[in-house]
Design a binder for this molecule. Structure first.
Ligand code: XMP
Length: 556
């Protein structure tokens, strides 16, 4: 990798060719270039470090801190102290975890945490670690405290409870409890079963809380965390969309130097924002590749071309792979074989195009922060994982590209905010997720031109009506499935024998679980009428009322 100072003009080129439409994005990029607005990397955001001890809630702690406009990073409990040099660390949070401090091999807090001279907050297991490692005593509780509890403030001076009542409902989940405080600490709150539910040191720099402020069952938990973040750590709320765009741009420039990047576009939010960020950082050293696999929704391929080539002025290579994809899908009905065939063909085309482009150093990928945290929790080291269902997984060895992951530090809603900040339209930024294998896994049985055309028309009507009724942004996904069943109907005086389509609409937070959406009857009625009237090949519409689990969101 070529090291390049982030303010070096050569690494900050932005495409400004005259023949492209100059939109908001380019204006911002241009203004940024002129003003030198991007902070050098050593002026990074103030950071709260969250040390993960295997709690299922570490990701939630990070979410809450980010919601306070404060940057945070989750690191493994065995990570070294380098982060203190790399970042402007203003506080450390020790997460909960499944262990007991007195068990053999239980993870301890790294000693640098206590020497760093920054405030520390221990949550649940994290609190017990503070007690255990700083000279207090932790014992197995006689009664496991799990579920709702009420915390009573103990003593007047209690910065964590600033602005809160004397009694605060909280969520507990612990077996062990602190019997003896470490020297210099005092009790700050208690519950019926925990005489020491909150503790703090005399200097007001180190705290432990037995309950979980990060979960929704602790309604004022966000306030308590904010009190730590702002009141104790003196955060300034500088993790704003403008700053996380400029931070990301600075990181990309630092990593990529003079290198060249290729990015596969899918039309989805992540690859769109990733490409826009990289373009902002390195201009025309980014080449985007969009392969139209012929399995997209109506108008999608044109929309992607329009956004990238016309609106953003990005170097875009457009490949119409429709015939190639349909030929590898010929007579294939099995969903997993469909997926594999589509994935393999995509990689073949991507490889051919990359070879044509010539020398390329980096591949952009839309990994988002929850993926990173998940990998920290499961491997206890910050290893890079490529999501198996990402369509660029499994590139041939000879491509040998390093990864650039501009969304690596962003949650999904931050990705959307970054997109808006970059001047992308709501249409690009608020899109529902769409699977890589596209309509192929929404067509039961084999995939043909004819079936794709039918489903495109049906899908268009579903989305149109969902949007007209203001439901699009409230649903995780809403779409139609073309079954391979035909039924009898009657149109005018004629008997028909045509396809059945199913409507699938779900609500979800993360696609791991989902519930079928209770769409209004009137919306459903309009969708059904329009489909049967406007799409000749369909004469019956049914509604999928299965949640996930036991169903999945897609039908295949
Ligand atoms: P399921 O159907 O497993 O879907 O409940 C969960 C989420 O993943 C999307 N999905 C895919 N995305 N390639 C993708 O890029 C795939 O093969 C694939 N299969 C499912 C699905 O749309 C939903 O958001």
């Amino acid at each position: 990798m070529t090291e390049n100072p982030p303010n070096d003009e050569s690494s900050r080129r932005v495409s400004t060719s005259d023949d492209i439409e100059v939109g908001t994005y380019l204006e911002i990029a241009q203004a940024d270039r002129v003003s030198g607005n991007n902070p050098p990397v050593d002026e990074r955001m103030k950071t709260i470090v969250i040390i993960d001890f295997g709690s299922q809630y570490s990701r939630l702690i990070a979410r809450r801190v980010r919601e306070s406009n404060t940057f945070c990073e989750v690191i493994a409990h065995d990570a070294g102290r380098e982060i203190l040099d790399d970042q402007d660390v203003i506080g450390v949070i020790l997460s909960g975890g499944p262990n007991s401090v007195y068990d053999e091999n239980s993870p301890l807090a790294p000693t640098w945490v206590f020497d760093a001279g920054v405030p520390v907050l221990g949550i649940c297991y994290g609190m017990q670690l503070i007690a255990h490692q700083l000279g207090g005593k932790v014992e197995p509780g006689t009664e496991r405290e799990y579920g709702h509890a009420v915390v009573h403030k103990d003593g007047p001076d209690n910065i964590l409870f600033d602005g809160l009542e004397n009694e605060v409902p909280v969520w507990m989940s612990h077996g062990d409890r602190i019997e003896v405080l470490p020297p210099g600490f005092r009790s700050m709150a208690y519950t019926e079963n925990s005489p020491l539910a909150v503790m703090g040191n005399e200097e007001g720099t180190m705290f432990g809380i037995q309950f979980h402020p990060e979960v929704v069952h602790t309604p004022q938990g966000a306030e308590i965390l904010k009190n730590f973040v702002f009141g104790v750590c003196k955060a300034v709320g500088d993790w704003t969309p403008a700053n996380f765009v400029s931070d990301s741009v600075a990181r990309i420039r630092e990593q990529v130097g003079d290198g060249k990047v290729i990015c596969a576009l899918s039309g989805g939010v992540d690859s769109t924002v990733a490409a826009a960020l990289i373009h902002r950082a390195i201009g025309d050293r980014l080449t985007c590749i969009f392969v139209d696999n012929g399995l997209m929704r109506k108008g999608e391929a044109d929309r992607v071309q329009n956004v990238f080539a016309a609106q953003l002025g990005v170097n875009l290579i457009f490949i119409d792979g429709t015939e190639r994809f349909l030929s590898v899908l010929k007579d294939v009905s099995d969903p997993e074989i469909k997926r594999k065939a589509i994935g393999a063909e995509f990689i073949k085309i991507f490889d051919e195009v990359a070879t044509e482009i010539g020398e390329v150093d980096y591949l952009a990928q839309g990994t988002v922060y929850p993926d990173v945290i998940e990998s920290i929790s499961t491997t206890s080291s910050a290893s890079h994982v490529i999501k198996s269902h990402h369509n660029v997984g499994g590139l041939p060895d000879h491509m040998d590209l390093a990864l650039v992951e501009p969304l690596r530090y962003m949650f999904k809603d931050e990705v959307r905010q970054a997109g808006r900040e970059l001047g992308l339209t709501p249409q690009s930024v608020n899109r529902q997720p769409f699977p890589g294998p596209g309509l192929a896994i929404r067509i039961m049985g084999d995939v043909t031109h004819e079936k794709l055309e039918i489903l495109r028309e049906v899908d268009w009507i579903v989305i149109d009506e969902i949007k007209n009724d203001g439901l699009y942004d409230k649903l995780w996904q809403s779409f139609a499935v073309l079954t391979n069943t035909r039924t009898v109907g009657v149109m005018g005086d004629k008997r028909t024998y045509q396809y059945v389509v199913a409507i699938r609409a779900v609500t979800s937070d993360d696609a791991m679980t989902a519930d079928w959406a209770r769409l209004p009857y009137d919306t459903l009625a309009r969708i059904s009428n329009r489909i049967v009237n406007e799409v000749d090949e369909v004469n019956r519409v049914v509604l999928d009322i299965t949640s996930k689990p036991p169903g999945t969101i897609e039908w295949e």
